[in-house]
Design a protein around this ligand. Structure first.
Ligand SMILES: [Zn+2]
Length: 154
């Protein structure tokens, strides 16, 4: 088979129906240096779509499907991310930028733990005495301190 180019599009393989105009559209993009359609495989699904598969060493790999067949398309594009954004902005591939990490929720305050004091001790908040046998708030995670329940809730 004689290889030839229609613009940037390499025609080593024929192209599935509906894909050619998309490739011509992509060929308009300055970010893309060449477009290499891969071999065609038979398929049993319906509908035409072009999806972004992954980045390659030299650019991007797309997958085109029509009702009858599926075909990989390799784009040679030095600026891969901008090319993908261009393809998405042009509506050629369905792709959304990954969501930014959602800000972390505020830590939920731990439920107040109360204990019965085994001995008299000073409240860690107000410093006043707490009597043995009364309920007090237990604060902290490893080294506990104790406080009046009312003081701990402030
Ligand atoms: Zn207190």
């Amino acid at each position: 088979m004689k290889k030839y180019r229609a613009g940037k599009i390499k025609r080593e393989h024929s192209v599935i129906e509906q894909l050619w105009p998309v490739l011509e559209h992509i060929a308009e993009c300055d970010l893309v240096t060449s477009i290499i359609p891969g071999p065609i495989s038979p398929l049993g699904t319906h509908g035409f779509e072009v999806t972004f598969q992954r980045f390659t060493e030299t650019g991007l790999r797309l997958l085109a499907k029509n009702g009858a067949a599926v075909q990989e398309v390799y784009l040679v594009a030095p600026d891969k991310q901008s090319t993908l954004e261009w393809l998405a902005a042009e509506g050629i591939v369905a792709w959304k930028p990954p969501r930014k990490a959602t800000p972390q929720r505020r830590p939920v305050p731990e439920p107040l733990r109360t204990v019965v004091l085994p001995s008299d001790m000073a409240c860690s908040v107000c410093g006043r005495a707490m009597r043995a046998g009364t309920r007090a708030a237990q604060l902290g995670r490893k080294r506990y301190t104790y406080a009046h329940v009312r003081c701990a809730q402030k």
